[in-house]
Design a protein around this ligand. Structure first.
Ligand SMILES: *Cc1c(COP(=O)(O)O)cnc(C)c1O
Length: 380
Protein backbone atom coordinates (compact mmCIF):
# COMPACT_ATOMS: atom_id res chain seq x y z
CA UNK A 1 0.00 0.00 0.00
CA UNK A 2 1.15 3.54 -0.74
CA UNK A 3 2.62 4.98 2.46
CA UNK A 4 1.14 8.45 1.85
CA UNK A 5 -2.46 7.24 1.57
CA UNK A 6 -1.73 4.85 4.41
CA UNK A 7 -0.94 7.76 6.73
CA UNK A 8 -3.69 10.12 5.62
CA UNK A 9 -5.06 11.96 8.67
CA UNK A 10 -8.32 10.50 9.94
CA UNK A 11 -10.34 12.76 12.21
CA UNK A 12 -12.44 12.13 15.27
CA UNK A 13 -15.31 14.29 14.03
CA UNK A 14 -14.61 17.21 11.71
CA UNK A 15 -17.04 19.60 10.00
CA UNK A 16 -18.85 18.29 6.92
CA UNK A 17 -20.12 21.04 4.63
CA UNK A 18 -22.29 20.52 1.59
CA UNK A 19 -22.40 23.85 -0.25
CA UNK A 20 -25.92 24.86 0.77
CA UNK A 21 -24.38 26.57 3.78
CA UNK A 22 -22.52 28.98 1.49
CA UNK A 23 -25.72 29.96 -0.28
CA UNK A 24 -27.26 31.18 2.97
CA UNK A 25 -24.01 32.98 3.84
CA UNK A 26 -23.84 34.56 0.38
CA UNK A 27 -27.40 35.78 0.76
CA UNK A 28 -26.39 37.41 4.06
CA UNK A 29 -23.47 39.18 2.36
CA UNK A 30 -25.54 40.21 -0.66
CA UNK A 31 -28.17 41.80 1.56
CA UNK A 32 -25.59 43.16 4.04
CA UNK A 33 -27.08 41.30 7.00
CA UNK A 34 -23.65 40.96 8.61
CA UNK A 35 -24.80 41.38 12.19
CA UNK A 36 -25.96 39.47 15.26
CA UNK A 37 -29.49 39.56 13.89
CA UNK A 38 -31.17 39.07 10.54
CA UNK A 39 -33.23 36.66 8.44
CA UNK A 40 -30.86 33.71 8.91
CA UNK A 41 -31.01 34.05 12.70
CA UNK A 42 -34.81 34.08 12.64
CA UNK A 43 -34.90 31.33 10.02
CA UNK A 44 -32.47 29.08 11.89
CA UNK A 45 -34.48 29.44 15.11
CA UNK A 46 -37.71 28.60 13.34
CA UNK A 47 -36.26 25.68 11.37
CA UNK A 48 -34.47 24.15 14.35
CA UNK A 49 -37.65 24.47 16.43
CA UNK A 50 -39.59 22.76 13.65
CA UNK A 51 -37.03 19.98 13.36
CA UNK A 52 -36.90 19.26 17.10
CA UNK A 53 -40.55 19.91 17.83
CA UNK A 54 -39.63 22.58 20.38
CA UNK A 55 -42.03 25.52 20.41
CA UNK A 56 -39.49 28.33 20.78
CA UNK A 57 -35.76 28.72 20.19
CA UNK A 58 -33.13 31.41 20.73
CA UNK A 59 -29.96 31.28 18.62
CA UNK A 60 -26.83 32.05 20.65
CA UNK A 61 -23.13 32.07 19.98
CA UNK A 62 -22.36 28.87 21.89
CA UNK A 63 -23.93 25.94 23.68
CA UNK A 64 -22.17 27.15 26.82
CA UNK A 65 -23.96 30.51 26.54
CA UNK A 66 -27.24 28.61 26.16
CA UNK A 67 -26.57 26.67 29.38
CA UNK A 68 -25.64 29.90 31.14
CA UNK A 69 -28.89 31.61 30.13
CA UNK A 70 -30.92 28.50 31.00
CA UNK A 71 -29.47 28.63 34.52
CA UNK A 72 -30.22 32.34 34.83
CA UNK A 73 -33.78 31.85 33.61
CA UNK A 74 -34.18 28.95 36.05
CA UNK A 75 -33.38 31.47 38.77
CA UNK A 76 -30.03 29.97 39.78
CA UNK A 77 -28.24 32.40 42.09
CA UNK A 78 -25.16 32.56 44.28
CA UNK A 79 -24.94 29.60 46.65
CA UNK A 80 -27.67 27.57 44.94
CA UNK A 81 -27.00 23.89 44.35
CA UNK A 82 -27.21 22.46 40.83
CA UNK A 83 -26.96 18.71 40.16
CA UNK A 84 -24.84 17.83 37.11
CA UNK A 85 -23.52 14.52 35.80
CA UNK A 86 -19.85 14.00 36.53
CA UNK A 87 -19.21 12.27 33.19
CA UNK A 88 -19.46 15.17 30.76
CA UNK A 89 -17.55 18.01 29.15
CA UNK A 90 -16.67 20.93 31.45
CA UNK A 91 -19.00 23.25 29.53
CA UNK A 92 -21.97 21.54 31.22
CA UNK A 93 -20.98 22.79 34.66
CA UNK A 94 -18.79 25.86 34.12
CA UNK A 95 -21.83 28.15 33.75
CA UNK A 96 -23.03 26.97 37.18
CA UNK A 97 -19.85 28.47 38.57
CA UNK A 98 -20.25 31.67 36.50
CA UNK A 99 -23.34 32.28 38.65
CA UNK A 100 -21.42 31.47 41.87
CA UNK A 101 -23.76 28.52 42.33
CA UNK A 102 -22.50 25.13 43.55
CA UNK A 103 -22.30 22.12 41.24
CA UNK A 104 -22.84 18.75 42.91
CA UNK A 105 -21.66 15.94 40.67
CA UNK A 106 -23.73 12.79 40.10
CA UNK A 107 -22.35 9.42 39.04
CA UNK A 108 -23.32 7.59 35.85
CA UNK A 109 -25.31 4.39 35.43
CA UNK A 110 -24.05 1.48 33.34
CA UNK A 111 -26.99 1.21 30.92
CA UNK A 112 -26.46 4.56 29.12
CA UNK A 113 -23.40 6.11 30.88
CA UNK A 114 -25.64 9.06 31.74
CA UNK A 115 -26.77 10.50 35.08
CA UNK A 116 -27.87 7.66 37.35
CA UNK A 117 -31.47 8.15 38.55
CA UNK A 118 -30.61 6.24 41.73
CA UNK A 119 -27.61 8.46 42.47
CA UNK A 120 -29.81 11.48 41.68
CA UNK A 121 -32.35 10.30 44.30
CA UNK A 122 -29.48 9.93 46.75
CA UNK A 123 -28.37 13.50 45.95
CA UNK A 124 -31.88 14.81 46.75
CA UNK A 125 -31.67 13.06 50.15
CA UNK A 126 -28.48 14.94 50.95
CA UNK A 127 -29.44 18.24 49.29
CA UNK A 128 -33.25 18.44 49.23
CA UNK A 129 -33.50 21.85 47.53
CA UNK A 130 -31.26 22.14 44.49
CA UNK A 131 -32.24 24.92 42.11
CA UNK A 132 -31.82 22.86 38.94
CA UNK A 133 -30.75 19.53 37.50
CA UNK A 134 -28.76 19.37 34.27
CA UNK A 135 -28.98 16.09 32.39
CA UNK A 136 -26.58 15.29 29.52
CA UNK A 137 -27.12 12.82 26.66
CA UNK A 138 -23.53 11.71 26.41
CA UNK A 139 -22.10 10.95 22.96
CA UNK A 140 -25.67 11.14 21.68
CA UNK A 141 -27.19 8.38 23.83
CA UNK A 142 -30.41 9.55 25.50
CA UNK A 143 -30.39 9.45 29.31
CA UNK A 144 -33.08 7.65 31.33
CA UNK A 145 -35.39 10.59 30.90
CA UNK A 146 -38.60 9.10 32.34
CA UNK A 147 -36.91 8.30 35.64
CA UNK A 148 -35.02 11.58 35.81
CA UNK A 149 -38.09 13.64 34.90
CA UNK A 150 -40.15 11.84 37.57
CA UNK A 151 -37.57 12.63 40.22
CA UNK A 152 -37.36 16.29 39.18
CA UNK A 153 -41.14 16.58 39.12
CA UNK A 154 -41.46 14.95 42.55
CA UNK A 155 -39.03 17.49 44.00
CA UNK A 156 -40.31 20.44 41.98
CA UNK A 157 -36.88 21.06 40.45
CA UNK A 158 -36.21 22.57 37.03
CA UNK A 159 -34.69 20.16 34.51
CA UNK A 160 -32.23 21.52 31.94
CA UNK A 161 -31.24 19.19 29.09
CA UNK A 162 -27.72 19.56 27.76
CA UNK A 163 -28.35 18.03 24.33
CA UNK A 164 -25.14 19.52 22.91
CA UNK A 165 -24.03 16.09 21.69
CA UNK A 166 -27.43 14.59 20.95
CA UNK A 167 -29.17 16.81 18.40
CA UNK A 168 -31.41 14.45 16.34
CA UNK A 169 -31.37 11.68 18.99
CA UNK A 170 -34.82 10.72 20.16
CA UNK A 171 -36.22 9.18 23.34
CA UNK A 172 -39.55 7.37 22.93
CA UNK A 173 -39.93 9.09 19.59
CA UNK A 174 -39.38 12.64 20.86
CA UNK A 175 -36.25 14.72 20.28
CA UNK A 176 -33.75 15.04 23.12
CA UNK A 177 -33.62 18.65 24.26
CA UNK A 178 -37.42 18.95 24.32
CA UNK A 179 -38.12 17.14 27.60
CA UNK A 180 -36.72 19.61 30.13
CA UNK A 181 -37.93 23.10 30.95
CA UNK A 182 -34.95 24.14 28.82
CA UNK A 183 -32.94 22.30 26.21
CA UNK A 184 -29.64 23.39 24.74
CA UNK A 185 -27.84 22.42 21.53
CA UNK A 186 -24.29 23.15 20.35
CA UNK A 187 -22.98 23.74 16.86
CA UNK A 188 -19.29 23.68 17.74
CA UNK A 189 -16.83 22.43 15.14
CA UNK A 190 -16.99 18.74 15.97
CA UNK A 191 -20.71 18.36 16.74
CA UNK A 192 -23.11 16.48 14.44
CA UNK A 193 -23.86 19.72 12.62
CA UNK A 194 -21.70 22.78 13.04
CA UNK A 195 -21.74 26.51 12.41
CA UNK A 196 -18.03 26.75 13.43
CA UNK A 197 -19.39 27.79 16.83
CA UNK A 198 -22.90 28.39 18.06
CA UNK A 199 -25.72 27.21 20.26
CA UNK A 200 -29.47 27.18 20.69
CA UNK A 201 -31.73 27.41 23.71
CA UNK A 202 -35.18 25.85 23.33
CA UNK A 203 -38.24 25.85 25.56
CA UNK A 204 -42.02 25.53 25.49
CA UNK A 205 -42.23 28.87 27.32
CA UNK A 206 -42.28 31.77 24.86
CA UNK A 207 -41.71 34.41 27.54
CA UNK A 208 -38.54 32.68 28.73
CA UNK A 209 -37.14 32.46 25.21
CA UNK A 210 -37.95 36.13 24.65
CA UNK A 211 -36.09 36.87 27.85
CA UNK A 212 -33.13 34.83 26.65
CA UNK A 213 -33.01 36.93 23.48
CA UNK A 214 -33.19 40.09 25.61
CA UNK A 215 -30.36 38.99 27.93
CA UNK A 216 -28.24 37.81 24.99
CA UNK A 217 -28.32 41.27 23.37
CA UNK A 218 -27.05 43.33 26.34
CA UNK A 219 -30.42 43.61 28.13
CA UNK A 220 -31.46 46.91 26.59
CA UNK A 221 -34.67 48.31 28.01
CA UNK A 222 -37.27 49.35 25.41
CA UNK A 223 -36.24 53.01 25.40
CA UNK A 224 -34.79 55.21 22.64
CA UNK A 225 -31.70 55.99 24.70
CA UNK A 226 -29.48 53.19 25.91
CA UNK A 227 -31.02 52.21 29.20
CA UNK A 228 -30.29 49.11 31.27
CA UNK A 229 -32.07 47.85 34.37
CA UNK A 230 -30.12 44.59 34.50
CA UNK A 231 -26.85 43.05 33.43
CA UNK A 232 -26.88 41.66 29.91
CA UNK A 233 -24.62 39.53 27.73
CA UNK A 234 -23.34 39.60 24.18
CA UNK A 235 -24.43 36.04 23.37
CA UNK A 236 -26.52 36.41 20.22
CA UNK A 237 -25.72 34.34 17.14
CA UNK A 238 -24.56 36.23 14.05
CA UNK A 239 -26.55 36.15 10.83
CA UNK A 240 -23.52 34.67 9.02
CA UNK A 241 -23.19 31.82 11.51
CA UNK A 242 -26.94 31.19 11.39
CA UNK A 243 -26.68 30.87 7.60
CA UNK A 244 -24.22 28.01 8.01
CA UNK A 245 -26.63 26.46 10.51
CA UNK A 246 -29.60 26.65 8.14
CA UNK A 247 -27.58 24.89 5.48
CA UNK A 248 -26.31 22.22 7.90
CA UNK A 249 -29.79 21.53 9.23
CA UNK A 250 -30.76 20.31 5.75
CA UNK A 251 -28.18 17.51 6.13
CA UNK A 252 -28.75 16.61 9.77
CA UNK A 253 -30.71 13.42 9.07
CA UNK A 254 -28.05 12.29 6.62
CA UNK A 255 -25.32 12.98 9.19
CA UNK A 256 -27.24 10.92 11.74
CA UNK A 257 -27.62 8.04 9.31
CA UNK A 258 -23.87 8.05 8.58
CA UNK A 259 -22.92 8.32 12.27
CA UNK A 260 -25.14 5.35 13.07
CA UNK A 261 -23.55 3.36 10.25
CA UNK A 262 -20.10 4.07 11.71
CA UNK A 263 -21.22 2.77 15.11
CA UNK A 264 -22.70 -0.35 13.50
CA UNK A 265 -19.52 -0.95 11.53
CA UNK A 266 -17.37 -0.86 14.66
CA UNK A 267 -19.84 -2.96 16.63
CA UNK A 268 -19.77 -5.69 14.02
CA UNK A 269 -16.02 -5.50 13.49
CA UNK A 270 -15.29 -5.95 17.20
CA UNK A 271 -18.15 -8.31 18.03
CA UNK A 272 -15.85 -11.35 18.26
CA UNK A 273 -13.44 -9.63 20.68
CA UNK A 274 -14.69 -10.31 24.18
CA UNK A 275 -12.65 -7.52 25.78
CA UNK A 276 -14.24 -4.79 23.64
CA UNK A 277 -17.65 -3.31 24.35
CA UNK A 278 -19.20 -0.46 22.42
CA UNK A 279 -20.78 2.43 24.33
CA UNK A 280 -24.36 1.54 25.31
CA UNK A 281 -27.39 2.80 23.40
CA UNK A 282 -30.66 3.39 25.20
CA UNK A 283 -33.24 0.85 23.92
CA UNK A 284 -35.96 3.45 24.63
CA UNK A 285 -34.37 5.82 22.17
CA UNK A 286 -32.69 6.31 18.83
CA UNK A 287 -29.19 7.72 19.32
CA UNK A 288 -27.41 9.93 16.78
CA UNK A 289 -24.16 8.04 17.60
CA UNK A 290 -22.27 11.33 17.57
CA UNK A 291 -19.11 9.57 18.75
CA UNK A 292 -18.62 5.81 18.73
CA UNK A 293 -16.86 4.76 21.91
CA UNK A 294 -15.50 1.53 23.28
CA UNK A 295 -14.42 0.19 26.64
CA UNK A 296 -11.82 -2.48 27.23
CA UNK A 297 -12.27 -5.17 29.86
CA UNK A 298 -9.87 -4.99 32.77
CA UNK A 299 -7.16 -7.57 33.23
CA UNK A 300 -6.41 -8.26 29.55
CA UNK A 301 -3.22 -7.41 27.68
CA UNK A 302 -4.62 -4.21 26.11
CA UNK A 303 -5.18 -0.90 27.86
CA UNK A 304 -6.89 2.17 26.45
CA UNK A 305 -3.64 4.14 26.11
CA UNK A 306 -2.23 1.40 23.90
CA UNK A 307 -5.16 1.85 21.53
CA UNK A 308 -4.85 5.64 21.58
CA UNK A 309 -1.08 5.38 20.95
CA UNK A 310 -1.45 2.86 18.14
CA UNK A 311 -3.99 5.08 16.35
CA UNK A 312 -2.00 8.28 16.91
CA UNK A 313 1.08 6.62 15.44
CA UNK A 314 -0.91 6.02 12.29
CA UNK A 315 -2.09 9.65 12.17
CA UNK A 316 -5.58 8.72 13.34
CA UNK A 317 -7.37 10.96 15.82
CA UNK A 318 -9.07 9.22 18.75
CA UNK A 319 -9.47 10.50 22.29
CA UNK A 320 -10.15 9.46 25.85
CA UNK A 321 -13.64 9.52 27.34
CA UNK A 322 -14.40 12.82 29.11
CA UNK A 323 -12.52 12.92 32.38
CA UNK A 324 -15.15 13.01 35.14
CA UNK A 325 -15.71 16.44 36.67
CA UNK A 326 -15.28 15.23 40.27
CA UNK A 327 -11.71 14.20 39.33
CA UNK A 328 -10.84 17.62 37.88
CA UNK A 329 -8.41 19.74 39.90
CA UNK A 330 -10.66 22.79 39.52
CA UNK A 331 -13.61 20.93 41.11
CA UNK A 332 -11.62 19.03 43.74
CA UNK A 333 -13.57 20.57 46.64
CA UNK A 334 -17.04 19.82 45.19
CA UNK A 335 -19.28 17.04 46.37
CA UNK A 336 -19.82 13.88 44.33
CA UNK A 337 -22.75 11.49 44.77
CA UNK A 338 -22.18 7.85 43.85
CA UNK A 339 -23.67 4.52 44.84
CA UNK A 340 -20.22 2.90 44.67
CA UNK A 341 -19.20 3.92 48.18
CA UNK A 342 -15.55 3.29 48.84
CA UNK A 343 -14.94 1.73 45.44
CA UNK A 344 -14.32 3.25 42.07
CA UNK A 345 -17.26 5.19 40.71
CA UNK A 346 -18.90 4.09 37.48
CA UNK A 347 -17.84 7.27 35.71
CA UNK A 348 -14.22 6.77 36.73
CA UNK A 349 -14.33 3.18 35.56
CA UNK A 350 -15.67 4.21 32.13
CA UNK A 351 -13.00 6.91 31.94
CA UNK A 352 -10.23 4.46 32.87
CA UNK A 353 -11.22 1.87 30.32
CA UNK A 354 -12.84 3.87 27.53
CA UNK A 355 -12.01 5.85 24.44
CA UNK A 356 -13.75 7.61 21.56
CA UNK A 357 -13.11 6.11 18.13
CA UNK A 358 -12.84 8.19 14.97
CA UNK A 359 -16.44 9.00 14.04
CA UNK A 360 -16.02 11.35 11.11
CA UNK A 361 -18.77 10.89 8.55
CA UNK A 362 -16.29 11.59 5.74
CA UNK A 363 -14.36 8.44 6.60
CA UNK A 364 -14.22 6.14 3.61
CA UNK A 365 -14.64 2.38 3.79
CA UNK A 366 -10.84 2.13 3.51
CA UNK A 367 -10.41 4.57 6.41
CA UNK A 368 -12.75 2.49 8.55
CA UNK A 369 -10.95 -0.69 7.60
CA UNK A 370 -7.61 0.89 8.49
CA UNK A 371 -8.87 1.94 11.94
CA UNK A 372 -10.45 -1.44 12.59
CA UNK A 373 -7.33 -3.31 11.46
CA UNK A 374 -5.14 -1.32 13.87
CA UNK A 375 -7.47 -1.78 16.83
CA UNK A 376 -8.08 -5.47 16.13
CA UNK A 377 -4.34 -6.00 15.71
CA UNK A 378 -3.81 -5.17 19.37
CA UNK A 379 -6.29 -7.79 20.57
CA UNK A 380 -5.98 -10.74 18.21
C1 LIG B 1 -19.87 20.76 23.19
C2 LIG B 1 -20.55 20.63 24.49
C3 LIG B 1 -21.02 21.76 25.18
C4 LIG B 1 -20.65 23.16 24.85
O1 LIG B 1 -21.05 23.66 23.67
P1 LIG B 1 -20.25 24.87 23.00
O2 LIG B 1 -21.10 25.22 21.84
O3 LIG B 1 -18.90 24.35 22.61
O4 LIG B 1 -20.16 25.97 24.00
C5 LIG B 1 -21.76 21.56 26.33
N1 LIG B 1 -22.00 20.34 26.81
C6 LIG B 1 -21.55 19.24 26.20
C7 LIG B 1 -21.87 17.91 26.78
C8 LIG B 1 -20.79 19.34 25.03
O5 LIG B 1 -20.31 18.24 24.45
Amino acid sequence: MNSITERKRIYLSSPTMHGKEQEFVKEAFDTNWVAPLGPNVNGFEKELAEYTGASYAAALDSGTAAIHLALKLAGVKEGDIVFVPTLTFSATCNPVVYEKAVPVFIDSEADTWNMSPEALERAFEKYPLPKAVIVVHLYGTPAKLDEIMDICKKHGTTLIEDAAESLSSTYKGKQTGTFGKFGIYSFNGNKIITTSGGGMLVSEDEALIQRARFLSTQARDPARHYQHSQIGYNYRMSNITAGIGRGQLLSLEEHKRLKKAIYEKYREAFSDIGEIRMNPLNPEGDANCWLSCMTIAEGGKVEKDMVLDALEEENIEARPIWKPMHLQPVFADRDFITLCEGGKSLAEDIFNRGLCLPSDIKNTDEDMERIIRIVRGLFV
